[in-house]
Design a protein. Sequence first.
Lengths: 233, 142
Amino acid sequence: MSAGISKVGIISCSGEAIPEGTISRLATRRVLELLRPEATVTLCLPLFLAGNEAERNFAKTHPTITIDGCDKLCAKWGTEEHSGPVHSSLVVADILGTKAAGCQRSSGNASRPDQEAVWAVAERIAAEVDTILSETESPDGAAAVASGAQCSCAGPVPGGTLTIEGATVRIPGLALIFGQCAERSIPADAGGCGALLDAVRIYHRIAPEEEAGYRGALLAAYQDFRIGVQPAK
Amino acid sequence: MGNTSTQSPVLVIPCSGIGKVHGLMSREATYLVTDECAAGRTDTLCLALLVKGDPDAVAAVRSHACITIDGCAKACAEKNVAMAGGRVARAVQVAEAFKNHRGAKPGNATALTDDGWVIAREIAASVACEAASLSDAGEVIR
């Protein structure tokens, strides 16, 4: 990403009336907190009408992805009408198909299908963020920077550290990733190593030549996690 | 919803707050009202539909009494309902509910703690009471 370009903006529909709206919101949060915390920012959609000029300029100052719960596309339409053109438009119903059928509106009633739906949508959003970043990345790989309006929710979640071939590596949200792996019943042995690596790779870049080192370190940390030992911070 | 329902007497509309716990509290308080405390006499609709200017959503807020629940002082729900020509019978601010819960740790924008749910339930109870008053007073349809 070239120096000075904004972080990628993610605008979720509010979708209070349908479970897909809650999925949209929680998936957006997951990208902001865990998957791409350094590269993304969000804004409440209604602020385009109720907010100030900086907030209305959000889509003009950030390459923006909209996440809509249904085919009414309120987030996309509202963003383009009141702020600026969007780079990408995702629809939860398109991503999940019939999988959202058993999901709930309230997070208080969330069950495994809800959690899996949120992860699936979050990973799709993260992939879209990566696409935008790859399109705008500068040769020197300058980091995304913030500009204009943003919510105060863009701070990264605490990470975990691993020692890989003598070097200390920080992985954002490592404990959360391990928690998700445990929920998916990924075993804490050699048989689960590939799935573990794949899960971490979604949130943290691992070069092919680094895989061997990561495998051992991740498996050891995951085994500790499964017996209640949190990753080192 | 029922974004166009005329059978749900009072519309409870939360803000879409996605940045802080207060937005989640407004959302969960709304569900507690519409699904538990005042199920059948209240309903909700997507605030984003009003941002979009959806004709059915606009008609709904114009023909039903509305209670808005906002997470912050920017009052997106209240302002957007008013801009759509709706009548805000009561505007609730989540922050007000914290006055009786000094030091509470309600959670974050993704999940509520037990403290958060307690406060959300208090807000819901208050809103359900207001909805009942509006219904009983016949202020539902203008």
